[in-house]
Design a protein around this ligand. Structure first.
Ligand code: HEM
Length: 454
């Protein structure tokens, strides 16, 4: 591990970083925002006083790391060791030729024409979810984040496995993902605790949880294969597409691993994105009315499909702005393979570099009125005037989010259906704070009241 100083970037004193370690565990963004206000958009800090990192909210540096010189950067030990321990080695956390091979094969399932065929297959699950939700909403206030866990797991589960997963299993998978992510987060911000976790049985406890999640995924894969695959099953891509080099498809353990990685990647992100979208809409109800009008004029009484969903331009802007203010993936992690130089900053080999998405989206050099919820900033003139890496909720460069198209499709579908059917409001008017662990979640329960309008 690199232990030198990253030159020419302002530095957080090591003693300060040790003192801030507990604060980072509670709310890393709050600590980083303090550093950013004091030191500017790029600074260096030792995580827990031990692991040195260059944190940057500067789109110029981020573009260099994620795109222009991306061959020099790999996902860091956070993904390559900590996540592999619990997720296995798949597209999310491998490198080089092995990653290219895996990504090329999986990408087939995320192309717009494939998703357009997939969407009608979601319809039965979606209707059942809306029906269950309606029952909940009639009984009283609902925890919208918890509801969104069910929506995203079930929709992504259906997309991946071609079958509807039972609620109890989904809740269990959701809980396993949540617990493992919290544990990985603890290891990142308090790295000195890792050997202790191995001794006191914590690591073994979370490995057991991982095996439980694996077993659920495997049951669904085997059940689907025995039921027979349909033409549009994602599982068909995984089980039948041959690799260009061997001519063979993935074996069963790899199918399980990749499908579970996709389920996790899709769930933890979209769930939080949707919870924030509903929170922001409830605080700015004029956009509920605007979206309702837009859905009525674009979709009307027709069924939602891939094409009409993407014509909801105002709704897309609301989603974009929610992802600017609350990007679920609030930072990306990389490690430099060789010495590098960008913007006058020397980055030594083995230094950790963290494109800090939350800070980038609130960098006043690239955004005006950064704290305001203003979807209008995404109107057509905006993006052309902005640096392309000033807005990166889905990352950037070759490792940009593989599931972007699916995520946007699901978010549009859910927001359009809810706004068409309900008026909604927060139970309390208190602003909800952020809770950043591996993902940027709302702190506590986002409790909301829903009243049917149609
Ligand atoms: C709002 C929802 C989502 C957000 C904000 C999001 C964000 C991101 C970001 C920032 C990355 C880049 C990480 C990095 O460079 O280290 C990423 C990667 C990835 N995402 Fe997403 N994601 C979302 C939904 C999804 C969905 C629905 C899926 C699949 C079902 C998915 C699958 C993946 C995969 C497989 C990668 C790794 C790609 C690679 O390394 O080649 N994501 N996501």
């Amino acid at each position: 591990m690199f232990d030198g100083r990253i030159s020419s970037a302002p530095h957080v004193h090591r003693a300060r970083a040790v003192l801030d370690a507990r604060g980072m565990l509670r709310n890393c963004i709050k600590v980083f925002e303090g550093y950013r206000a004091r030191l500017g958009s790029t600074f260096t800090v030792h995580f827990g006083g031990l692991v040195p990192a260059l944190v940057t909210a500067d789109p110029v540096v981020i573009k260099h790391v994620l795109r222009s010189n991306q061959d020099n950067y790999e996902k860091s030990f956070i993904q390559a060791e900590r996540m592999v321990e619990f997720q296995g080695a798949g597209v999310v956390n491998i490198h080089g030729e092995a990653w290219k091979r895996q990504r090329k094969l999986l990408a087939q399932g995320f192309k717009p024409n494939y998703l357009a065929r997939l969407l009608p297959m979601h319809q039965d699950v979606f209707e059942e979810l809306m029906h269950n939700f309606d029952g909940e909403a009639r009984r009283g206030p609902v925890n919208i984040r918890q509801q969104m866990v069910q929506f995203t797991l079930r929709l992504t589960g259906k997309a991946l496995y071609g079958r509807s997963m039972p609620t109890a299993e989904l809740e269990r998978i959701g809980a396993i993902i949540h617990e493992i992510q919290n544990f990985v987060h603890r290891q990142i911000v308090q790295p000195w605790m890792i050997p202790w976790y191995r001794i006191n049985g914590q690591s073994a406890k979370y490995q057991k949880l991982r095996r439980e999640g694996d077993a659920i995924a495997l049951r669904h894969i085997r059940a689907r294969l025995s039921e027979g695959l349909s033409k549009n099953d994602f599982l068909r891509i995984l089980t039948e597409t041959p690799y260009h080099d061997t001519g063979l498809p993935m074996d069963e353990p790899m199918v399980m691993l990749e499908s579970l990685q996709l389920l996790v990647a899709g769930n933890v992100t979209s769930t939080n994105a949707l919870a924030w979208i509903f929170y922001l809409l409830a605080r700015h109800p004029k956009y509920i009315l605007e979206i309702r009008d837009e859905v009525a004029s674009v979709i009307g009484a027709n069924a939602m499909d891939y094409r009409n969903l993407h014509q909801l331009e105002g709704t897309v802007r609301v989603i974009d702005e929610a992802l600017r203010l609350y990007p679920p993936f609030w930072m990306i992690d990389r490690i430099a393979l060789n010495d590098d130089e960008v913007n006058g900053i020397h980055i030594p080999a083995r230094a950790m570099v963290l494109p800090y998405i939350y800070g980038t989206h609130r960098n006043p050099a690239h955004w005006q009125n950064v704290e305001a919820f203003d979807p209008g900033r995404f109107e057509s003139r905006g993006p052309r005037e902005r640096h392309p890496f000033a807005y990166i909720p889905f990352g950037g460069g070759p490792r940009t989010c593989l599931g972007t198209n699916m995520a946007v499709m699901q978010m549009l579908m859910i927001v359009a259906a809810f706004v068409r059917k309900y008026d909604f409001a927060l139970v309390t008017n208190e602003p909800i704070d952020i809770d950043p662990s591996m993902m940027l979640r709302p702190k506590g329960v986002v409790s909301m009241k829903f009243r049917a309008v149609a």
